[in-house]
Write a protein that binds this ligand. Structure first.
Ligand code: BV8
Length: 229
């Protein structure tokens, strides 16, 4: 049966071949720094300079022209452009590679490295240079409140209503490059199992592999263009 409405979930594995580190692979980000020290609201309240340094370094990395969308990002953007039914790309990634590849119908559910948010007035701004506690908010002018526009552990992911509606309406769910460890994203496959075909495209079986109807294992730059074709 040809699917009509597709939800695609991506994780750090889709950006690995662009040169960005994943989180839980060998030498992954979480092997170098503890989540509790840099990716929770408590960490930011305790030591904002340390949290800013962690995200400023990752933001600088995605500014490097050598870090570019790969064949997997580009294949998903091409699918987005031509798919006549509903399609929503839900990425857990905070890099901007899907947007730069041209994906339009997408949600960055864990926020975006390329943006900053003011805790005082909640305004969200595109950002390039380093953030610090001395950075004034371009909207309200106050300092001390600018934070990375990132969803930390214990915070509600972005646009969950839009994601929930897309999951409810989909008849094909494809998970790409994620270890299936982080919720609520890791629970999406169980949410759709009763009404959608589910496919995992990953370098190796994820934690949720048994919940998928089908799994193909290998590099995303091979699997995703083959899937989109
Ligand atoms: C929330 C931004 C509630 C930060 C991130 C049950 C239900 C709900 C919540 C929970 C729950 N159980 C536990 C929780 C709490 C927690 C959680 O899930 N903890 C885990 C660790 C158990 N969840 C939360 O806190 C979430 N919030 O639930 O709020 C709430 C309710 C009401 C009101 C308020 C709040 C928020 C989670 C978001 C945290 N932020 N990202 C940043 O990036 O710095 S999540 C973090 O993990 C990463 O950032 C990443 O986005 C995400 C997932 O990781 P992956 O993308 O999967 O990466 P990973 O390295 O793990 O895997 C890579 C995969 O790629 C591997 O499988 C590898 O084999 C593969 N691969 C590698 N190379 C390739 C490849 N595949 C293909 N090709 C290749 N070349």
């Amino acid at each position: 049966m040809t699917p009509r409405n597709i939800v695609i979930l991506t994780g750090a594995g889709i950006s690995a071949e662009s040169g960005l580190a994943t989180f839980r692979d060998k030498d992954g980000l979480w092997s170098k720094v503890r989540i509790e020290d840099v990716a929770t609201p408590e960490a930011f309240a305790r030591d904002p300079a340390r949290v800013h340094a962690f995200y400023n370094a990752r933001r600088a990395q995605i500014r490097d022209p050598a870090i570019a969308p790969n064949a997997a990002h580009l294949a998903l953007a091409e699918l987005d452009a031509r798919w006549p039914g509903e399609l929503l790309l839900v990425t857990q990634n905070v890099d901007d590679l899907h947007a730069r590849a041209g994906s339009r119908r997408m949600v960055a559910m864990h926020g975006e490295l390329a943006k900053a948010r003011c805790l005082e007035c909640e305004a969200v701004h595109p950002w390039v240079e380093d953030l610090s506690t001395a950075t004034p908010c371009p909207a309200c002018g106050k300092t001390g409140g600018m934070r990375p526009h990132i969803v930390w552990f214990g915070e509600m992911p972005m646009q969950m209503d839009r994601i929930g509606a897309a999951l409810e309406a989909c008849d094909l769910f494809v998970s790409i490059g994620t270890s299936g460890n982080v919720y609520p994203a890791a629970g999406f496959v169980a949410e759709v199992a009763g009404h959608a075909r589910t496919l995992e495209l990953n370098l190796e079986p994820s934690a949720g592999r048994s919940r998928f109807d089908e799994a193909r294992h290998g590099p995303a730059t091979r699997l995703v263009p083959d899937f989109v074709r």
